[in-house]
Design a protein. Structure first.
Length: 80
């Protein structure tokens, strides 16, 4: 089995804090994307030809995929 060795070691509690912060940031991206989309839809509700575009879907799907991958990465048992 292969092991990746980091260039520097972090204390375990600081590493845990960084992992949780990354998950919270990814969830925040999803939340902000939805809020901005709702505001945008309200502002252009009078128009007949509009859509969310790729920016909306990138923020939404990117945040969801990042959250899932970070969550799964926390569940992996470290190799000894």
């Amino acid at each position: 089995m292969y092991k990746l060795y980091p260039f520097f070691k972090l204390p375990k509690d600081f590493e845990n804090t960084l992992e949780i912060s990354a998950i919270i940031a990814a969830i925040t991206v999803v939340g902000l994307t939805v809020i901005v989309a709702i505001i945008f839809a309200i502002m252009v509700s009078e128009a007949t030809d509009w859509d969310f575009g790729t920016t909306f879907y990138t923020g939404l799907l990117g945040g969801i995929v990042t959250t899932a991958l970070l969550w799964f990465a926390r569940k992996i048992e470290p190799a000894e």
